[in-house]
Design a protein around this ligand. Structure first.
Ligand SMILES: [Zn+2]
Ligand SMILES: [Zn+2]
Length: 249
């Protein structure tokens, strides 16, 4: 599985892009920065776009990705999310006011679908995608991507969620990597709690004794302003990303 980090920051600042992760060239997790980072020819390969939740840092470039795919006459593009997220995208973004309502355009049949992700996920070529609810805003999910019996879990935004940690525990050695959000430094735990985000200390507590030693744990969605502080507080063995990295699992 090839994972390219297009953006992974918890906010936009010069040199920092919000969350967008490209898997095997055709599957995109969140749409925070793909269109300003990828070439047009790379965007055209995207067929499945997984949205973790409707916060703007995860969807802000979705209209422009759709625009490029539309202009290049792509077929079979699906935007996936929880029922709540798909409903929010239709009501608040693709509504004819913020961006065109797709049904109103004379788009060729088979171009684009906005679809709630089925409970047992879906299969795209060699890849299996499954979504699990997480504690952030209503409708938030994390995504498990599996290829050749190796899985990678992307937490999306999440607070201290026992459900997520139990999930990590249940996958054991099969989990090659966990990309997990850590938005704020430890001294901002109060804000992290009310906004349903994690700090290094909360993550360490949640993962204590439950994550396999063969699972690579990578922190993302760090607020750029607090990057140095958050990184200095991460437990030994937990890496972080800033964007631009490529992983093979
Ligand atoms: Zn969020
Ligand atoms: Zn976010």
């Amino acid at each position: 599985m090839r994972i390219e980090i297009l953006g992974c920051s918890g906010s936009v600042m010069k040199g920092f892009n919000t969350t967008s992760i490209l898997v095997n060239s055709s599957l995109l997790i969140d749409a925070g920065s793909a269109s300003s980072v990828l070439s047009e020819d790379s965007i055209v390969n995207i067929r499945n776009i997984l949205i973790t939740h409707s916060h703007i840092d995860h969807i802000k470039e979705l209209p422009f990705i759709v625009d490029t795919l539309f202009c290049r006459k792509a077929k079979g593009v699906t935007i996936w999310g929880s029922e709540m997220t798909i409903d929010s995208l239709k009501r608040h973004i693709f509504n004819g006011l913020i961006w065109p309502e797709m049904d109103e355009l004379n788009v060729e049949e088979g171009f684009l679908e906005l679809a709630p992700i089925p409970q047992d996920g879906f299969i795209d070529g060699n890849i299996r995608v499954q979504a699990y609810p997480v504690d952030h805003i209503e409708g938030s999910v994390c995504y498990l991507i599996t290829e050749n019996n190796r899985s990678v879990l992307f937490s999306g935004d999440v607070g201290y969620d026992k459900g997520l940690f139990d999930l990590v525990h249940s996958f054991g050695d099969k989990l090659a990597a966990l990309f997990v959000e850590v938005s704020f430094p430890d001294n901002m735990a109060g804000l992290a709690r009310v906004s349903h985000h994690l700090t290094p200390e909360l993550l360490a507590k949640g993962l204590d004794g439950i994550v396999s030693s063969s699972t690579k744990v990578i922190a993302y969605h760090i607020k750029p302003k607090y990057l140095d502080m958050v990184v200095s507080q991460l437990s030994p063995g937990i890496d972080h990303i800033k964007g631009g990295e490529v992983f093979e699992f």
